[in-house]
Structure formats: structure tokens, C-alpha cells
Design a protein around this ligand. Sequence first.
Ligand code: AMP
Length: 196
Amino acid sequence: MRLILLGPPGAGKGTQAQRLVEEYGIPQLSTGDMLRAAVQAGTEVGKRAKAVMDAGELVSDAIVNAIVAERIDQPDCAKGFILDGYPRTLVQADAVEAMLAERGIALDTVIELVVDDKALVGRIVKRAEDAKAAGQPVRKDDNPEVFEERLREYYKKTAPLTGYYYAKGKLKTVDGMASIDAVTAEISKVLAAAAK
Ligand code: AMP
């Protein structure tokens, strides 16, 4: 199964992706995680991405497209994968189409998690507090100031993808305001229906 999880920052994409990893045994490909790992490792990509990420802006399409193209050729992606936080622009969405077509594979479903803007900032603040309490590193961009920019970027560049996938007949929407378990159950239902 090849799936895209769409939705603004704080919508719950990462949480739901982790559950899908367990249920379906396919990997979560989070470009945010990959970029944070590159920053941590001090690679060229990491050096170029760091300031952009800290400011809540989007890293260039060329960088993220290259990271994903390399990642989907790894053996663990053979049965499928969950794209989390990618694509985030129309250029990236076209790149996904091309990448999959080149490999003779197709996207199954795009699931959009729909969440009220007002709830999002609270979730981000809570994520930072939970990380701190657990002794884990707190993301520099998980604070209300940078979050505003991340949300602006989302509306400017990522929100148009819902129309893009709707037009292709791939878009399914799920109420992301429900409890984590209820959202998981709804996603499972959508995936079961898509598999028929
Ligand atoms: P995330 O963990 O998905 O919230 O991503 C954290 C940050 O990484 C974003 O605010 C961007 O700066 C960068 N990033 C992650 N995925 C992408 C992407 N697909 N395109 C551009 N920038 C990205």
C-alpha cells in the first residue's frame, strides 16, 4: 500500500503514521524526520536545511524530492510506504507522480486529516511540553511564533494539494479532531474500502 497523509502541522500525521506502520508493516517516510536527522548528522543537506526549518519555512523541493527518491528505493519500501509530511507543494506532488511512474507503481490513497486551526497550536505546544517532560529534545520549530509561519506555509503551498488529489479521485478526508483511536479506526475503514 502506498499512502499519503496530508494535513497541517499538528494534525496528527506522525502519530497515525506510526500506528499504520504497526498495522500494515510498511515504513513511515517522514521528510521532517529525515531532514532533522540530516541536521543532526551535520550533512550538506542538513546544513542547508537547518535555518529554513528553524524559521518554519519549507526546504527546497529539489532537496526533499531527492531525499524521497533515494528512500523509496530501499528494500523496506518494496511492499509500500506511508508518506508523512511529503509532498508539501504542487511541484513535490508532480515529482511523486513521476517517481512512482518511473518505478511502475501507483499511489493508492491520500488521506487528509482535517483539524481546526485553533486546536493546532495547542497540540504543538503540548508536543513540546511532552518531549521536555520525557527528557527528549524539543523541536526548535514547535513554539507558537514559528508555528504561525508553518501554518502560513501550509495554507500557501500545501493546502492546494487537496484539490490536486481530489481531482485525481484519490482524496479521502478524515476528521482529525476525534480521539487518536477514533482517527485510527476511521483511517482503517477508509483503507479497507480503498482496497476493495
Ligand atoms: P514536519 O516534521 O513534517 O513538521 O517538518 C518540519 C520541517 O521540515 C518543516 O517545517 C519544513 O521546514 C521541513 N520539511 C519537512 N518536510 C518537507 C517537505 N516535504 N518540503 C519542504 N520542507 C519540508
